[in-house]
Design a protein around this ligand. Structure first.
Ligand SMILES: NC(=O)c1ccc[n+]([C@@H]2O[C@H](COP(=O)([O-])OP(=O)(O)OC[C@H]3O[C@@H](n4cnc5c(N)ncnc54)[C@H](O)[C@@H]3O)[C@@H](O)[C@H]2O)c1
Length: 420
C-alpha cells in the first residue's frame, strides 16, 4: 500500500499550498481533511477571499490536469467528530499528520462570547481527537501541530525554543516557558500545547509544536501554476494579517491604519517560508517519543516600521500613502521587549526563500489584479472586534452561523466542497 500524509485544514490559506507542495514532492497520498468552515466563517462577517478561490473539487481537478499527479485526495472530516477522525487515521495509517484545522483568527474569537466559545471548543476538541486517534492507530507517526508565536505573548525575558530552567525556593527545575496569550484564540492554542505534552508523556506521541509568527504573502510556487490553484487571501480586519491588510489599505484607501503607536513588535514569515519550514520539519522528524517546540519567525518588526516598508513599495506602483493612527482594538502592550530564540530550523537547513519586499511586491500585483473584488468589501477594513467589549453574549452585527456550532457531517462537507 502507498504511504500517506494527512493534512488537516488543507483547504486553508497555509494548508492548501502545503498540501500541493507535499504532493509534488512525494508519491505518497497527501490526504486533505477539512470541513470548509473558514469559507463559511469569513462570509459570516460579510467578507470573502480577495483571490477567487475554487471549490475543493475544482482545485483537485486542476491540480491533476496541470501537474499530472493523482496523489492529492480529499476527505470530508470535521476534526470535532471523534469517529470521523478515528476512521480517517485508521484507514490511511499515515506516517505523518499535519494539523492546521483550527479557527485561526484572534479578532474573530473576540467578537463576543459565542465566537470565543466556538473557537475554544473547535480548536481544543479537534486537537485532542487527533491525538487520541494517533495513539490508537499510528503511535509512531509524526504529528506536526501548528501553534502560534502568540501563545507566548510579549514577556519581559527572551522566549526560548523549548523549556527553561528556573531557580525557585533554592531548587532548580526545567519547566515549560510561561504563556501569556492575549485572545481566546491564543488561549486555545496554549491548551493544545498542554494536551500535546500530556499525550507525549502518556503515549509517546512524536510531536513538533511549531510556533509560527505572522504569515504574509499570497503566492507559492504551486499556487502560481494556474489561477484555479491560488490560495485564499483575507484582508478584512478580522481575518487578514497585518502586512496583507496594509497592502489592500494602500491600494484602496491610500492610507495605512496603524493600531495605536505602532510599536507592537512581532515576528513575521512569508507563506513560502511557512511551507518550506513545515516540509523540512516533516523530512526531519523528532526522535521516537520526542516532543519538540520549534519557533519560526524570519524577521522581527514593529507594525509602524512594516507600514513604512509597505509605503515604500506602494510608491513603486505609483501609490502614495499616508499613515493614520487609530485606536488599538486589542488589549496588548504597545511598547515592549521582544527577543525570540529560533535555531532549530536553521540547524536543519532552513533558509529564507524571498526577501520581504519581494513578497510585498507580489501581494501588490495580486491586489491590483483583483482590486474590484476588494472594492466591494472596502468597509470591512476598519476593525470592529474590540477586546474590551468581547464579554457580550451576541454581537448583533456578526452572528455565528449556527451550522458550525456542531460538527459538520460528511455529506454537508462534500456539498460545501463542490463535490455534490
Ligand atoms: N495565517 C497565519 O498568519 C498563521 C500564523 C501562525 C499560525 N497559524 C495557524 O496555522 C493554521 C492554519 O492557518 P491558516 O491561516 O491557513 O487558516 P485557515 O483558516 O485559512 O485554515 C484553517 C483550515 O482548517 C479548517 N478547519 C477549521 N476547523 C475545522 C474543523 N473543525 N474540522 C475540519 N477542518 C477545520 C478550515 O476550514 C480551514 O480550511 C491555524 O492553526 C492557524 O492558527 C496561522
Amino acid at each position: 500500500m502507498k504511504g500517506s500524509i494527512i493534512v488537516f485544514g488543507g483547504d486553508g490559506y497555509i494548508g492548501w499550498p502545503l498540501a500541493m507542495h507535499l504532493a509534488m514532492k512525494t508519491d505518497d497520498y497527501v490526504v486533505i481533511a477539512d470541513n470548509m468552515s473558514t469559507r463559511i466563517l469569513v462570509k459570516s462577517v460579510h467578507s470573502d477571499s480577495l483571490t477567487p478561490i475554487s471549490t475543493m473539487a475544482e482545485r483537485l481537478k486542476a491540480f491533476r490536469e496541470y501537474t499530472n499527479r493523482d496523489n492529492l485526495v480529499f476527505e470530508p472530516v470535521d476534526v470535532r467528530d471523534m469517529k470521523a477522525v478515528d476512521d480517517l487515521i485508521k484507514k490511511y495509517q499515515p506516517t505523518a499528520i499535519v494539523h492546521l484545522a483550527q479557527q485561526r483568527s484572534a479578532p474573530f474569537s473576540m467578537i463576543d462570547q459565542r465566537h470565543a466559545v466556538y473557537t475554544e471548543l473547535n480548536n481544543i476538541i479537534g486537537n485532542i481527537n487527533i491525538i487520541f486517534a494517533m495513539a490508537r492507530h499510528v503511535p509512531g507517526a509524526h504529528l506536526l501541530k501548528m501553534g502560534s508565536m502568540g501563545e507566548y505573548g510579549t514577556p519581559e525575558i527572551p522566549i526560548p525554543e523549548g523549556d527553561i530552567e528556573i531557580e525557585y525556593g533554592g531548587r532548580k527545575a526545567k519547566v515549560m516557558f510561561p504563556r501569556f496569550g492575549q485572545s481566546y484564540y491564543h488561549l486555545s492554542k496554549i491548551f493544545d500545547t498542554y494536551n500535546l505534552k500530556l499525550a507525549n508523556g502518556l503515549y509517546g506521541i512524536r510531536a513538533t509544536d511549531i510556533m509560527q509568527g505572522v504569515v504574509f504573502g499570497v503566492r507559492t510556487h504551486e499556487t502560481q501554476i494556474a489561477e484555479e490553484l491560488c490560495t485564499r487571501f483575507d484582508f478584512d480586519s478580522t481575518w487578514g494579517t497585518v502586512i496583507n491588510k496594509y497592502v489592500v489599505q494602500a491600494v484602496l484607501l491610500h492610507e495605512l491604519l496603524i493600531y495605536g503607536k505602532g510599536r507592537q513588535t512581532r515576528g513575521f514569515l512569508s507563506l513560502y517560508d511557512s511551507i518550506n519550514a513545515m516540509t523540512l520539519l516533516l523530512e526531519n522528524p523528532p526522535k521516537e517519543g520526542e516532543y519538540r517546540t520549534v519557533n519560526q519567525l524570519d524577521m522581527i518588526y514593529d507594525t509602524l516600521t512594516l507600514a513604512h516598508m509597505v509605503a515604500e513599495v506602494a510608491e513603486e506602483y505609483g501609490i502614495k500613502v499616508t499613515m493614520r493612527q487609530i485606536e488599538n482594538p486589542r488589549v496588548e502592550k504597545e511598547e515592549h521587549y521582544y527577543e525570540v530564540e529560533h535555531t532549530i530550523l536553521p540547524s536543519i537547513g532552513f533558509r529564507r526563500e524571498k526577501e520581504m519586499k519581494d513578497v510585498i511586491r507580489e501581494i501588490f500585483e495580486d491586489v491590483l489584479r483583483y482590486r474590484e473584488r476588494a472594492e466591494a468589501m472596502k468597509h470591512l477594513i476598519y476593525p470592529y472586534a474590540k477586546w474590551r467589549s468581547s464579554y457580550v453574549m451576541d454581537n448583533e452585527a456578526f452572528s455565528l452561523p449556527p451550522e458550525v456550532e456542531r460538527p459538520l457531517g460528511r455529506e454537508e462537507i462534500l456539498r460545501l466542497a463542490g463535490f455534490r
